[in-house]
Design a binder for this molecule. Structure first.
Ligand code: SD4
Length: 343
């Protein structure tokens, strides 16, 4: 899909304001007895619509949340319109594209890769780390060697557009992450950071999540963000719920933020309340910095209730389930600064 047809497609999606409040009902046996019957998948940002569409068939045929989130993340990694995830991501300040990804099952199993180069599907390498090694996180050359040993193809990923944007950036060489800029398709004018965080509840009442990103464009070579750090960019616990994050990852790492969101839900907060409280923690720790950068959380509880919150307006997430009506819902999250703005 071209950039403009993608925009039209997204514009025709249902945009609603505020977090989605679904009835909090109990999971009856193996069936989710509310609007999430058959499962539900939620993903960060507008490209979450495509990720959800790739994940949904897995849930619809009774597959696992884990398989669903991997399918959704792989779609985003291969998306040729996305300058912030996977194949078309923007590089670091040395012109090197390094990717971060993680995956977590609600039963506690998890795997991740950080700063991996030349491998198209880091989320699947993360899953292999989880399933085939005694470890959780592999980074850089070691992660790549492991990927190749598992049959992943090594190939150069940096696109001409990304290289062009990097050359443009070199003219100023200023590291100043942009907040919620429009995706115009002009090199240098695209988002310089946005992660695909995807969470799913399957028809069996099990949760899983995945996170995949090229991280912050123009970062220092070797920088790893929150996305592959379990508890920072992603956390899932079948007993409670799951959470993921997008935005400037250093804030998520400082606050163990996705773990915090899940723990707040464990204490009884709704997903929206938990995300809001985690955002407040970010503000409390670094009030001045919080005015200039974006942080966003997305959460789902074990009943399928979904919530989100951001520091600044502009954060949208996508939701897909079996309820009748339009399936590609884009929902604008509320924010601490500036209320709700749908772009
Ligand atoms: C990172 N959290 O590497 C990622 C980037 C991102 O919205 O999601 N930006 O810090």
């Amino acid at each position: 899909m071209t950039m403009s047809s993608r925009r039209q497609f997204l514009q025709s999606s249902l945009l609603a304001t505020g977090a989605l409040a679904l009835p909090r009902t109990m999971v009856a046996g193996n069936t989710i007895a509310n609007g999430a019957a058959g499962g539900r998948v939620v993903s960060t940002w507008d490209f979450g619509v495509g990720a959800n569409a790739a994940a949904w068939p897995v849930l619809a045929r009774g597959g696992s949340a884990l398989d669903a989130v991997e399918a959704g993340a792989r779609w985003a990694e291969a998306d040729l319109c996305n300058s912030t995830v996977g194949h078309c991501g923007y590089p670091d300040r040395d012109g090197v594209l390094t990717l971060d990804a993680s995956i977590m099952d609600g039963d506690g199993r998890c795997g991740a890769v950080g700063a991996i180069e030349d491998i198209e599907h880091p989320v699947s390498v993360a899953r292999a780390v989880m399933e085939k090694t005694p470890h959780v996180l592999l980074v850089a050359d070691g992660a790549q060697q492991f990927a190749v040993s598992q049959g992943f193809e090594k190939k150069p990923l940096l696109t001409d557009d990304a290289r062009k944007a990097w050359r443009e950036w070199l003219k100023t060489s200023e590291y100043r992450p942009k907040m919620n800029v429009e995706r115009t398709g002009t090199p240098g004018d695209a988002h310089d950071h946005d992660t695909l965080g995807i969470l799913s509840l399957d028809a069996h009442g099990k949760l899983a999540g995945a996170c995949t990103t090229s991280g912050m464009a123009w970062k220092l070579h070797g920088r790893v963000g929150d996305s592959p750090i379990i508890g920072a960019g992603l956390y899932a616990d079948n007993e409670v719920g799951a959470a993921t994050a997008s935005g400037v990852g250093e804030e998520m790492i400082r606050n163990a933020a996705s773990f915090l969101v899940v723990e707040l839900m464990r204490e009884g907060r709704s997903p929206t309340e938990a995300c809001r409280e985690a955002i407040e923690r970010v503000v409390h720790k670094r009030p001045a910095a919080s005015k200039t950068l974006q942080v966003c959380f997305l959460a789902i509880d074990k009943h399928g209730e979904v919530g989100a919150y951001a520091l600044h307006p502009g954060f949208v997430y996508a939701m897909h389930d079996a309820t009748p009506g339009p399936h590609d819902k884009l929902i604008a999250a509320a924010s601490i600064y500036g209320g709700n703005v749908v772009r």
